[in-house]
Design a binder for this molecule. Structure first.
Ligand SMILES: [Zn+2]
Length: 121
């Protein structure tokens, strides 16, 4: 009769090992599908200020809209930092108005960099 309980134990242990695996897969599935359906309406980036005045939003998107530079009509997708980069380094316009704007945006970019530096220190 010694073989009886030992055989039962051997049958039980693989089943126990499988339980956490199934549990993990079950908890991971809602996390990935929840990511897609997650409402992002609560996060609305503020599109105001000197930087946003240099572009027209041509394709609305919650985080990175497609924008068009009012100075050179170049289109690109991105937030405020991309616009700053375009105005200060990539824009081909060289009108007096643009050069004034460029200096302003440069100053804003520098101020933002200084703020970030202060936060990390
Ligand atoms: Zn431009």
């Amino acid at each position: 009769m010694e073989g009886g309980p030992a055989a039962a134990n051997a049958r039980e242990s693989p089943a126990q090992g499988a339980v956490p695996r199934v549990g993990l897969a079950a908890t991971m599935q809602p996390a990935t599908s929840g990511r897609k359906s997650r409402p992002i309406s609560t996060f609305v980036p503020s599109r105001v200020g000197e930087v946003w005045q240099q572009v027209i939003v041509v394709n609305e998107h919650q985080v990175n809209p497609r924008v068009e530079c009012i100075h050179c009509a170049h289109q690109f997708s991105g937030g405020v930092s991309r616009i700053k980069l375009h105005i200060t380094e990539q824009c081909l316009s060289n009108t007096a108005t643009f050069l004034g704007v460029k200096e302003k945006v440069k100053a804003i970019a520098e101020a933002d960099k200084a703020k970030k530096r202060q936060k990390t220190e």
